[in-house]
Design a protein around this ligand. Structure first.
Ligand code: SF4
Length: 105
């Protein structure tokens, strides 16, 4: 969620096209992450879906571990799932764990 008045770098970037500038910040930092119709989270995600820089915003929030609010039409919980799926190694399979190098006879 980009607030008007947030510091921007000297060069233009994705924040300059953010659809949330000027929107009520409260809807982007709802008390509940539940995004069912009519909730603040749902309203925020609707604004995000018409935002030209949704992808850049979401990537930034995931990369920077933004753990509060709606960014790139995702809740904090959704970003944690994406972060885990894309940055953490997959756990070893329990079925084959410890079998590396085992001979087949
Ligand atoms: S995707 Fe949503 S939170 Fe991100 S800049 Fe656009 S409107 Fe703002």
């Amino acid at each position: 969620m980009i607030r008007s008045g947030d510091e921007h770098p000297a060069t233009p970037d994705w924040r300059d096209q953010a659809a949330c500038v000027g929107e009520d910040p409260e809807i982007f930092f709802p008390l509940s992450d539940v995004a069912v119709p009519g909730t603040e989270a749902s309203l925020a995600r609707a604004i995000c879906r018409r935002c030209a820089v949704l992808g850049a915003c979401r990537a930034w929030a995931i990369e920077h571990g933004e753990d509060d609010g709606i960014w790139g039409a995702t809740t904090a919980a959704q970003r944690r799932v994406i972060r885990r799926a894309t940055t953490e190694p997959a756990p070893a399979s329990g079925r084959y764990r410890g079998q590396a190098g085992a001979s087949r006879t």
